[in-house]
Design a protein around this ligand. Structure first.
Ligand SMILES: [Ca+2]
Ligand SMILES: [Ca+2]
Ligand SMILES: [Ca+2]
Ligand SMILES: [Ca+2]
Length: 350
């Protein structure tokens, strides 16, 4: 650290080059690779809703998000259920998640397994992963979202609905009715295994819950009496087993290079601040019930990286300013002091 300070105070161009060259190793502090915060938890109705996590009388949205944090923050996360189509969770890390070129950037865990009697699936309940940059620098996930394009976009051309909307209606202790923007309707069936209310109780006051997004094709088929949920190739949460041979399954890893905007155009994101997972299948099968994505934590695959090439707008005081990062990867807004990285360039401030 003393050497680091000396380098900064010297402000000699040659030494700055030394800092640039070494900030990836000697000076970089590794951040916590695990989730540090849950911002949103809005599951769609489902048989595990109000159980994972448990809703108790008096719990509102804030309390349920806190329960999700208790379960998911840290290096040994548990699991929450997102319910039927559209249900989502939004989380973040204690630092920006950097897009390292030609590498996966985030590992997302679920509870998918491959059936012993079917090699092409088991209980795959694919959830779509979305990412967002805190463009207005207010620390909240209220900015533009980008979907990470998965294999269905190339394997199931013409079968993916990119503008699906669904609305569930609260119908106490009954199958939960839904209708969609394609003229479809149905119910999230109840079963004898789970006797609680299936509509998220802390949102019941809203009477109706609407979700919109990309709808993946139904993936269930029967093999004899066994209902198999077929796995997709890559790019979805809760789709394939988290680990293979003790290693992270590449099929559960995601590259920020897969980001697309609302018009399905590729966008380049140098880093992201928020990540969202939502259940992307609308399907209800006899016996096993609705297809519902589970979320069991996530990891930054290279927490030692710091963002570069960042050029976003900060509106803290209503002024448009560039956002910079110091050499420890911390965001600095407005006037830059010391050495910082602004828009990919090293800047020496006063
Ligand atoms: Ca990457
Ligand atoms: Ca924001
Ligand atoms: Ca499930
Ligand atoms: Ca699952």
């Amino acid at each position: 650290m003393q050497l680091y300070q000396k380098l900064i105070f010297s402000k000699i161009g040659v030494l700055i080059f030394v800092i640039v060259g070494r900030c990836g190793d000697a000076f970089a502090q590794s951040s916590n690779p695990y989730i540090s915060r849950i911002y949103e938890y809005r599951p769609a109705p489902g048989q595990f809703v109000n159980i994972m996590p448990e809703w108790e009388e008096g719990d509102g949205e804030v309390e349920m998000i806190a329960k999700c944090e208790e379960i998911l923050v840290g290096d040994e996360p548990g699991m929450v259920c997102l319910g039927a189509y559209g249900g989502y969770i939004t989380f973040g890390f204690d630092h920006p998640l950097v897009n390292v070129p030609e590498q996966y950037d985030i590992f997302v865990k679920g509870n998918a397994f491959i059936s012993t009697s079917a090699s092409d699936g088991g209980n795959s309940e694919p959830g779509i992963v979305m990412v967002s940059v805190d463009s207005n620098a207010n620390g909240l996930p209220d900015d533009e979202w980008y979907e990470l394009s998965g294999s269905a976009d190339v394997d199931s051309v013409g079968l993916v609905d990119y503008a699906y909307e669904i609305c569930y209606s609260y119908s106490p202790m009954q199958p939960v009715p839904w209708s969609d923007n394609r003229g479809g309707s149905g119910v999230v069936e109840r079963n004898s295994f789970h006797g609680q209310e299936y509509f998220p109780m802390w949102l019941a006051g809203e009477r109706q819950l609407s979700f919109r997004g990309t709808l993946l094709p139904k993936n269930a088929y029967y093999r004899g009496n066994l209902c198999v949920l077929r796995a997709l190739r890559y790019g979805y949460a809760d789709n394939l087993p988290n680990y293979v041979g003790g290693e992270r399954n590449p099929a559960c890893c995601f590259d920020l290079d897969w980001a697309v905007d609302a018009n399905r155009r590729r966008v380049y994101l140098d880093h992201v601040d928020f990540v969202r997972v939502y259940c992307a299948v609308n399907q209800c099968m006899p016996m096993i019930g609705e297809t519902s994505t589970e979320f069991a934590g996530a990891e930054d695959l290279h927490p030692e990286e710091i963002p570069t090439g960042v050029d976003v707008i900060c509106d803290g005081a209503g002024r448009a300013e560039r956002v910079a990062y110091d050499l420890m990867g911390r965001r600095v807004c407005g006037v830059v002091k010391g050495v910082a990285i602004v828009n990919g360039r090293i800047v020496v401030g006063g």
